[in-house]
Design a protein around this ligand. Sequence first.
Ligand code: COA
Length: 415
Amino acid sequence: MSKALDGVRILDFTHVQSGPTCTQLLAWFGADVIKVERAGAGDITREQLRDIPDVDSLYFTMLNHNKRSVTIDTKNPEGKQVLEALIQKCDVLVENFAPGALDRMGFTWERIQELNPRMVVASVKGFGPGPYEDCKVYENVAQCAGGAASTTGFDDGPPVVTGAQIGDSGTGLHLALGIVTALYQRTHTGRGQRVLAAMQDGVLNLCRVKLRDQQRLERTGTMKEYPQYPNGQFGEAVPRAGNASGGGQPGWILKCKGWETDPNAYIYFITQAPVWAKICNVIGKEEWATDPDYATPAARLPHLKDIFAEIERWTMTKTKFEAMQILNRYDIPCGPILSMKEIAEEPSLRKTGTIVEVDHPTRGKYLTVGNPIKLSDSPTEVTRSPLLGEHTDEVMAELGYSPEQISALRTAGAI
Ligand code: COA
């Protein structure tokens, strides 16, 4: 079956996580992704957090599936020429170097346009134009600068970063959308363009509801769905809301059977208004369904702490899966806190290709997260990440270099 991005060639100049996430998605949609790496070293993640000596790390393999790897020294004059040939042949250049690195290499936007006016040049940077534009940025810096950390955690504790890589993988996703959008516009204009996804902007986009809350707080001085209401204090900025779910449907994380020894024996429980009577029945507090202090969402707000304590007395008598089964029977929204071990072993995720087992020539079998976006006419087949420089000769031949020229460039250290 054909793939959505068949025929699109990507010059993948990305490293670490944010850029590789983006180009991996494009590869899964069928683009030919040619990853350009530094000869001898490659993407730094190949050797980071290694679990097997001298074998590409899971960090690298899990972010670089379905790509080809070419090693070029882009600071070597002959290496530069090879890169120029690639720029002429590709549709998109994706990079996430430190600010200015591509220009220092000699590949300014103007130069790239001279070489290929149809090329889309897509970049991840830590910050957009402004006081921090020259900073190098990693995941947690973006989480902090994008508003996620100040709004995550508990009121009486410090800001907290999340396990989800919203700065890196989140920005990679934003960039991927920018790239396919620019490619679509190119079908009308015939021109490439620059695409920029700044990590601070990407995180802030995902924290949109917190900027909503900032303005609500400034107008009214309080926010009823926050755990600070009605007894705590609100300051000038959006506070950390713990595990509150917000909106008109209060939620919290509650202990389940086994919590004393299992750090993930918890369930997220939402006291959704339409099923309040059912919740009362399940936990054995039938009287709350009609008690004026508990019967309506507004009446319940000042009692939420006690309500969740009462519900927890019930959830602690069930495992998270038993609680899930019972609550789902009554359409009561809830979610088990799944550990990575449980997720890795979940058969339904294997079935949909969201968790995939991949074979690798030096690593052997390992698990990865497959394409979370499923297209009915463009199925994803996850193939292993490339070894360093595995496709150098193949790609050079496609660019028109003869075996003799390839060997001379290798001797010169250009590839
Ligand atoms: N041949 C020769 N040189 C190469 C090369 C190649 N194939 N590929 C890269 N290089 C050079 C670059 O030209 C650059 O040289 P310069 O500093 O002399 O200009 C150098 O390698 C290092 O690139 P840089 O991006 O500065 O790497 P770093 O390890 O110092 O910084 C980051 C890493 C991630 C902090 C930085 O790249 C960054 O801020 N990126 C943007 C934000 C981002 O994506 N962050 C998230 C990462 S998950």
